[in-house]
Ligand binder design. Structure first.
Ligand code: PEP
Ligand code: MG
Length: 594
């Protein structure tokens, strides 16, 4: 169950969705975006007094901060400027507003954040609509002060940012954008938990790559934690404990110690091939977001890179990376992993990944909108700069190109035509490149999986993006935690699309990989091998467990499992069959992933 909670004494247990392995413990640091609405939470009758006390404490803290700011402004700029804060202090001391919130807590039985927000919004709107200029300006004061009180309620100290944190903490947020996650410092943030999110959101994928224990889909954790709370989370099982008891800390610690021992044992597989007991070889490669991931690729024993998500080069800087910047990075990555292959996926912006440097219109349905190859084909300057950069980096290195979100043959042909133009331009300028560079496509839209026979003659490989394939086939938004229970990679429809893609690929003499999160779940490895997959590409920390399972299964058994799975009526049965297989052949892996 997700979003459940149990309370004992001071400890609160919440169940969300675990997205990484590992346990983390630490003080909370709540990140509340400026314009963010804190989660709404119902409170019980006995909690009303606690909420009133919390609200009063936040008012006291706000008043203190405002006096301090006023003092500093007065010293630095002058008394006149400091008097602006008199108006702010008037809002904090406005008993009519304060009492309305207190009454609301009793009558509406909602958390202080929700009641304050509603009351303050009404005040601000009323002030904003009056004729008098002075009163109209007070609307902004009400909004400003409300934001400050909300921050104090959440425990987010004003002025405190991740970079100024004094001790390693657990980040709690309503949601995190992939770009926020990409910037998280491992020294300051030892784990994170969010109200929203799902296992295949790009934030979860980033957390896995960074190896930060994380739990998402907790519904209202950002409204439950308080200033001074300690949180312990288990990223494998999706459990989060607020103010855990000593006994639970020890229990978690013991479970984590067992997993750490298993992880250490699996490091012995670093140089072993990903080969089944009866000799079926799989290329087990890594998904990366930047050149900084290379040490993890090597450390975990992956064979090259099956998916380089290049959009993170755009997400993590202020200016767009130039063609030169990109060429350097691609060559650096491929040189460090040579002779293994590095598959560079062209820009997959849109969906849940946006960059401030490129303004795109807001869309109602961004995952089905102007995303990935659709965006690139409409922005030839950006697309061709990337293609030229990849070509330039490809000299004497094992680099391949992959287009994301292909939904029809025409897109492949148009992208290939642009690639040919780039080759001509480089040739014209006498710049060397690998003319025979291989090009593949991601199969992540059902129409592409169903027409793989049309696409195959124009490409050298397929890589199945199950994260998107599942969301588009089952009509389940991959980042919506409310419908996460419908997000089933083992659904018979998905297995049929995977099988069709692999079989068509083989008929045309091309290989098929899987680079979605389904490939990173070691429990699925026998099934995917049985379906005939040639390559699996996973986040570096997932490599050892997947390799362990591959090495303990036989292809014959995997084929039997796949045949039964594909004829099954539902995804839950398939999942259970997969678990049973792994329980038998590699029980230590179940211990690891839960
Ligand atoms: C996928 O969709 O499975 C995939 C690997 O791409 P992304 O997660 O970046 O959309
Ligand atoms: Mg995708």
């Amino acid at each position: 169950m997700t979003g459940g909670q149990t309370i004992s004494a001071n400890e609160i247990t919440m169940q969300g969705i675990g997205v990484t392995t590992g346990v983390a413990i630490g003080p909370v640091f709540v990140l509340l975006a400026e314009d963010e609405r804190p989660a709404e939470r119902d409170i019980s009758e006995p909690e009303v007094y606690r909420e009133i006390a919390r609200f009063e404490e936040a008012l006291i803290a706000t008043r203190k901060q405002l006096h301090e700011i006023q003092r500093q402004v007065s010293q630095k700029i002058g008394e006149e400027s400091a008097s602006i804060f008199d108006a702010h202090l008037l809002v904090v001391d406005d008993r009519a507003l304060v009492e309305e919130v207190i009454r609301g807590l009793g009558s509406q039985r909602k958390n202080a954040e929700t009641v304050l927000r509603v009351v303050a919004d009404r005040y601000a709107q009323a002030l904003a609509s009056v004729e008098d200029d002075y009163l109209r300006e007070r609307a902004a004061d009400v909004r400003d002060v409300t934001r400050r009180i909300l921050r104090n309620l959440s425990g987010h100290k004003t002025g405190e940012t991740i970079s100024t944190l004094s001790q390693p903490s657990i980040l709690i947020a309503r949601d995190l954008a992939p770009s926020d996650t990409a910037m998280l410092s491992r020294e300051k943030i030892v784990g994170f938990a969010t109200d929203l999110g799902s296992p295949t959101s790009h934030t979860a994928i980033m957390a896995r790559a960074l190896g930060i224990p994380a739990v998402v889909g907790l519904h209202d954790v950002s409204a439950r934690v308080r200033k001074g709370d300690t949180v312990m989370l288990d990223g494998s099982r999706g459990t989060l404990l607020i103010n855990p008891t000593k006994e639970h800390c020890e229990q978690f610690g013991r479970a984590e110690a067992t997993r750490a021992t298993i992880r250490t044992e699996l490091t012995s597989l670093r140089n072993a091939p990903a080969e089944t007991r009866d000799g079926y070889n799989v290329i087990l490669s890594a998904n990366i977001e930047s050149s900084g991931d290379i040490p993890h690729v090597l450390e975990h024993g992956a064979n090259g890179v099956g998916l380089f998500r290049t959009e993170y080069l755009y997400l993590s800087r202020n200016l767009l990376p130039t063609e030169n910047d990109q060429a350097e990075i691609y060559a650096e990555v491929a040189a460090k992993l040579s002779p293994a292959q590095v598959i560079i996926r062209t820009l997959d912006l849109g969906g849940d990944k946006f960059v401030s440097q490129i303004k795109t219109p807001a869309e109602l349905n961004p995952f089905m909108g102007w995303r990935a190859i659709r965006f690139c084909l409409a922005q030839p300057d950006i697309f061709k700069a990337q293609l030229r950069a990849i070509l330039r980096a490809s000299v004497n290195l094992n680099i391949k190109i992959m287009y994301p979100m292909i939904s029809n043959l025409d897109e492949v042909l148009r992208a290939n035509a642009m690639l040919d133009e780039c080759k001509m331009e480089l040739r014209g300028s006498g710049i060397p490149f690998n003319d025979g560079i291989e090009v593949g496509v991601m199969i992540e839209v059902p129409s592409a999986a169903l027409t793989a026979n049309l696409i195959a003659p124009h490409v050298s490989f397929f890589s199945i993006g199950t994260n998107d394939l599942v969301q588009y086939t089952l009509a389940v938004d991959r980042v919506n935690e409310r419908i996460a229970y419908l997000y089933e990679p083992t659904h018979p429809a998905i297995l049929k699309l995977i099988k069709n893609t692999i079989d068509i690929g083989h008929e045309h003499g091309i290989w098929t990989g899987i680079c979605g999160e389904m490939a990173a779940n070691p429990i699925m490895a026998p099934l995917l091998i049985g379906l005939g997959v040639d390559e699996l590409s996973v986040s570096p920390p997932a490599v050892p467990a997947v390799k362990d399972v591959i090495r303990k299964v036989t292809f014959a058994r995997a084929e039997r499992l796949a045949a039964i799975a594909i004829a099954s009526e539902n995804g839950a049965t398939v999942m259970e069959l997969c678990r049973e297989t792994v329980r038998e052949i590699a029980p230590e892996v179940l211990e690891l992933v839960g």
